[in-house]
Design a protein around this ligand. Structure first.
Ligand SMILES: Cc1ncc(COP(=O)(O)O)c(C=O)c1O
Length: 400
């Protein structure tokens, strides 16, 4: 089914027959998320994939490829590169060249590769916390020194601690800045002024940037717009490795396919050399799904965003009944909510919620003790049950 490339029009899309309320059973389906609690009455809402079926066009493309029956080494067809170029232009206003794109089997190796091609062992990598755990582990695995700076909540929003950030960037040993934009787990979409301020630091101190923008196509807040960091200026583009994928937006993470966009030829060559033989081989299904999602997934994406907004409304309403659980800022992107549960007084809140039948991500893994992360990319009825169980746990907390 090919739909007109209409501009955002929720009513039109919502009228379409995407049923996010009803999802296939995932227990017993080789799902990391569901396998963890396979034999327990715990609803998993941790690792970042959604319980929804992918867009029908993606399912059809994968089925068609599967029906071919020959799964030899894939060639990267021009069509998938063109799909990326067109998508990045249409959605983000960035004119990229196909040769800037490097496909990978996942984005995490791209974080490691950027660190390795832009710094030496012993040099420093700046990252902020709480953050997607590989941002914390990648520098250490590569024997770099991680400089971890807490994000701060100022004037109703999460942002950078600019003074500390500049001090970290100014150190001689600092070579790389890891940027998560939109930000997992705080779900912030940084505005242009914040990114420009960051860009000024990057240029002043000659840093390379790994800009992980995997969540950039799931912007929930209609008042904000995602700016691709590399679009700020040609100078910034040449200092930056941008990481993107169809995986989060279209729920195809299991097909293991992401891509880096690196305009600077030298940086790109170093990046590819590090990953050669490690992560550059792709999976036929990942490429097919990426192309189908980017070419035809727009109506589904719009409908999914609407559904996630509805889920978020439900969470906000339910949290009013849960003193001691704080969602500081309504998530602007993704399907992840960062909850401060420290006021409940539990020694190990994650374990307490597990006992209550809810499998959150543990804030400790993100550098955020006293927090849990709720993945609300699930049918509303399931979310209602999660929230109901949460309330029970909250009601028996030592301090409420
Ligand atoms: C910011 C961020 N980067 C990367 C990933 C993982 O991407 P991949 O599965 O392609 O390695 C995630 C998954 O949650 C993420 O949130």
């Amino acid at each position: 089914m090919r739909l007109p490339d209409a501009e955002f029009n929720p009513r039109f899309y919502l009228a379409m027959a995407f049923n996010f309320d009803s999802c296939p059973e995932r227990r017993g389906s080789d799902s990391t998320k569901w396998h963890k609690y396979a034999s327990q009455d715990i609803i998993p809402c941790w690792i970042a994939d959604m319980d929804f079926m992918s867009p029908p066009e993606v399912v059809a493309a994968v089925q068609q490829r599967a029906a071919h029956g020959v799964y030899g080494y894939p060639a990267q067809r021009e069509a998938v590169l063109t799909a990326v170029v067109n998508h990045v232009r249409a959605r983000h206003g960035w004119e990229i060249k196909p040769e800037w794109i490097t496909f990978m089997c996942s984005l995490v190796p791209g974080i490691h590769a950027t660190i390795r091609c832009a710094s030496q062992p012993g040099e420093s990598v700046v990252t902020t916390t709480p953050v997607y755990p590989p941002f914390l582990t990648a520098p250490v695995i590569s024997e770099r020194n991680p400089i971890k700076l807490s994000m701060v909540f100022v004037d109703g929003r999460w942002t950078f601690d600019w003074e500390k950030l500049e001090a970290a960037c100014a150190q001689d040993q600092t070579k790389v800045l890891l940027l998560c934009s939109p930000y997992n787990p705080l779900a912030r979409v940084f505005d242009r002024a914040e990114l420009e301020r960051l860009a000024a630091l990057v240029l002043k101190y000659n840093l390379k940037v790994c800009s992980d923008e995997i969540h950039c196509d799931l912007i929930l807040d209609p008042k904000v717009k995602h700016t691709v960091f590399a679009t700020l200026s040609p100078e910034i583009a040449s200092q930056t490795v941008t990481l993107m994928a169809a995986s989060k937006t279209f729920n195809v993470a299991g097909l293991t396919c992401g891509f880096a966009i690196i305009p600077d030829a030298t940086l790109r060559m170093k990046f590819r050399r590090i990953l050669q033989g490690l992560s550059l081989d792709q999976n036929v299904f990942g490429l097919v799904a990426t192309q189908a999602a980017l070419e035809h997934g727009e109506p589904w994406r719009q409908a999914c965003i609407e559904y996630l907004r509805g889920n978020l409304d439900l969470i906000e309403a339910a949290l009013k009944r849960m003193p001691g659980v704080v969602l500081r800022q309504r998530p602007q992107a993704s399907f992840l909510a960062w909850l401060d549960v420290s006021a409940l007084g539990f020694e190990n809140p994650h374990a307490e919620f597990e006992k209550g039948g809810i499998g959150f991500s543990n804030g400790d893994d993100f550098g955020g003790t006293g927090h849990v992360r709720l993945n609300f990319g699930c049918p509303r009825e399931r979310l209602q049950e999660i929230l109901r169980r949460m309330e029970v746990v909250v009601n028996r907390a030592p301090r409420r």
